[in-house]
Design a protein around this ligand. Sequence first.
Ligand code: HEC
Ligand code: HEC
Length: 228
Amino acid sequence: MSAVARARRWLAARVAASVAAQRARAALAGAALVLPLVLPLLMGAPAQAQAQPQALPAAAAARVAACAACHGADGHAPLPGVPHLAGQPRLFLENRLVMIREGLSVVPSMKGLLDGLADEDLIALARHYAALPLRPERPARDAARAARGLAVSQRAACGGCHLADYRGQEQVPRLSGQREDYLVQSLRDFAAGRTGGRDTAMTNALIGLSDADFLDLAHHLATVAASR
Ligand code: HEC
Ligand code: HEC
């Protein structure tokens, strides 16, 4: 099977698994009406498992120091144009790592860095960064720009996928507290179609928005308080 077919099949399986997990959670939420005392116990186990940073497999552990040079040891990128990874949804990170490893998403500065890592290593790296708390240094909030950004976000329904507080979910990334420069660059890349292997739902969400809108959106998103 070609690398592309393998990544597509892997992604499809992940999406199916996350839909199943979402259904299971919905079923649990339904059970909460009947079993209000049992639910916290049921929910406690997976929530805790996700929050605990776990030891990385050897191959991933050997690579993580290289990641830190750009994304920070604590998942906070010190460099312009590099995204924070801390607190991103695990599934989003897994998908990005697979797409980058397979060369479907081209990140020149990461060329070769994921070569030879197995799916299990990428899953472990995703779990590692997802479990790190996001506590970014936020730029000073310019109220007028942020208000314009909020208005654009509401008009374009960004929260429909990224959630109302932009913390992200499943395959959809967190935007709140992300680096402002990275957000601007990312929006420009999506709008210009420079995002090989990325979700086309995003490109469609930006139809009709201007570069000024991107700057206001990025300012609003980078400075809005994250909920966790
Ligand atoms: C030389 C700098 C550099 C190094 C080292 C590096 N990255 Fe990256 N990484 C980037 C840049 C730049 C981007 C943004 C690319 C883009 O969106 O065009 C990125 C994007 C990502 C993304 C996608 C995040 C998002 O929000 O879209 C993930 C996940 C990631 N890197 C993980 C890693 C891991 C894991 C390692 C170590 C194995 C690593 N990176 C090493 C520069 C680096
Ligand atoms: C239909 C659902 C949907 C809507 C609506 C949507 N997004 Fe997204 N967005 C996504 C998905 C899915 C991704 C991940 C794409 C990928 O990695 O291939 C994404 C990725 C992004 C990224 C890249 C972040 C990163 O860390 O790499 C940015 C920035 C972004 N969206 C901003 C926005 C903004 C701003 C809006 C509103 C104008 C918006 N999105 C509306 C689904 C959506």
